[in-house]
Design a protein. Structure first.
Length: 269
């Protein structure tokens, strides 16, 4: 019998139609697959119906890890890693042409997404992400600018990922049943036309602006740049706007200019 751990946010997906729909979002024949938080292996069981090259599971729970190891031990090119995904260098673990699935624990889902976005080498080895989030979190990821849900998560995701598809999943599809519905989002990694040298700077910029999302952007913008009028001409934004009224692209431009201002400052030193 599996003893559930509330601290790990364990809600197992049991609806077979939804499981098939999730796995079927992308062709995985002859692909490498990584599953984050496989739990009792319900999604894994569907994945192995396909001819995958390698299957890697990352499961933090010791008990579940042992169960998965026993359940699928006869599979070729299969491995369970009993580690915390947030403390695992998955960039080094995954192989080329990998599809990543994850019914992500609600309490760390955004941290996992940011980890996948901040890979050192970009484009990454993974080709597709099929991830499940709490619906409210997912709506912030796919939000449009000038809406209440638009924010840091939207901007970070948009910089390196393109949303290919998304669909809602009822809380009734899980055991134990959570209090909220979920959403599955399918992403493809992209390269855009902006040249941000360090994605940590984008994270810093968005944090500064959205820490006071109801206030005008002027104070933060002026704080970022010594000669803010010079950079305002390059970026061309309205300083009386609130952060959510700006587009993702505006924050990418601000980050580029911020990095440029740092370079100029270093030259002077």
């Amino acid at each position: 019998m599996i003893k559930l751990k509330k601290s790990l946010g364990q809600n197992f997906l049991i609806d077979k139609n939804i499981i098939r729909k999730i796995v079927g979002q992308v062709s995985i024949n002859k692909k490498n697959v990584l599953e984050i938080g496989p739990g009792s292996g319900n999604l894994t069981q569907e994945i192995i119906n396909y001819n995958v090259n390698n299957l890697l599971l990352v499961e933090k729970d010791n008990n579940l890890s042992d169960i998965l190891d026993t359940k699928f031990k006869n599979l070729n090119k299969f491995k369970v890693i009993n580690k915390d995904i947030l403390k695992t260098d998955i960039e080094k673990l995954i192989l080329n042409d990998t599809v990543i699935y994850g019914n992500l624990p609600y309490n760390i889902s955004t941290q996992i997404l940011i980890k996948l976005i901040k890979f050192e080498k970009w484009l990454p080895k993974y080709k597709t992400l099929v991830l499940m989030f709490q619906k409210e979190v997912g709506e912030r990821i796919i939000a449009k600018h000038n809406t209440q849900k638009f924010g840091r998560l939207t901007i970070m995701a948009n910089y390196r990922l393109k949303v290919i598809n998304h669909f809602n999943v009822s809380k009734n599809c899980f055991f134990p049943k959570p209090k909220v519905d979920s959403i599955v989002i399918v992403f493809k990694p992209i390269k855009n036309n902006f040249n941000i040298k360090n994605i940590n700077n984008l994270e810093k910029i968005t944090q500064m602006f959205f820490s006071n999302r109801r206030k005008m952007v002027n104070k933060v913008f002026i704080k970022l740049f010594n000669n803010y009028k010079q950079y305002l001409k390059k970026i061309n934004i309205n300083l009386t706007h609130r952060p959510s009224q700006l587009k993702s692209e505006d924050f990418y431009k601000i980050t580029e200019c911020f990095e440029s201002s740092l370079d100029e400052l270093n030259k002077e030193i």
